[in-house]
Design a protein around this ligand. Sequence first.
Ligand code: CP
Ligand code: NVA
Length: 299
Amino acid sequence: MKHLLSIEQLSRAEILEILDLTATIKANRGVADPKPLAGQCWAIMFAKSSTRTRVSFEVGIRELGGSPMFLSANDIQLGRGEPIRDTARVMGRMLHGAVIRTFAQKDVEDFAHYSGIPTINALTDEEHPCQILADLFTIRELRGSLDDLTVCFVGDGECNVPRSWIWAAARLGFALRIAAPTRFQPPADLLARAGGNIAVTTGLQDAAAGADVLYTDVWVSMGREDEAAFRIAQLGGYQINEELVAVAKPGALVMHCLPAYRGKEITDETLEKHAATIFQEAENRLHVQKAVLALLTRG
Ligand code: CP
Ligand code: NVA
């Protein structure tokens, strides 16, 4: 594995290797920390806001012996129009790796190509691979395995997080149901490309019935703020609440990538009842990304 650009580009074996190494890295944190990034400097170049991803990468790179360098895309020449391929060719000569959060998937792909250094997608409009790897790890940790798993995604089924879920389901073979209004369903060509056991519906209750995991994400993703009123009107009702939890499998996990907007995609009551799961999920971003960093620098 040279880069982590998407779940789409990972094989089942690579996903399972990341999850297995995550378990070891998490168990050994503070006990026997390997330092595969010793002497390395990694850029964390973000064009969008972040709390979890930025903090977990800064901490993770340090814990693995490296130095993180945070760069806001607006503060470097990229923000004034310098092409990504030129930025990449400069950074590739100075840095050992890059973690990039931006809009176009093509930009992280181009950065990886032109820089020649290990590149990690920390969220684009198309995928959020680090998030879904942490989610899979959390489900395996709490449920014991990923076998016979049914995940129900509720809300904006078109954005980066459900798209990465689609590829995870396709690669690992679990059942994924996406409940979303027609306008916010994943594109048909993506579903056809992915294959797998994936159902897309407007029927929220049917999608949630008997599910092992109920999962949601914000209704208004970063970069879509000008559509906020329309999205809130259209997605109203596609919410995880106690009524929906009642139709899922007893003891079902409720998950959220965060940040959460209470009263929109999830109620305050349901988020707080499942806070232990949701914040374990957030913490696991650190462990899974350390595993990814270690694998990318394995040589
Ligand atoms: N879930 C997630 O990626 O959070 P941040 O936007 O805070 O990084
Ligand atoms: N879909 C959300 C995920 C945030 C972590 C967004 O892109 O804003």
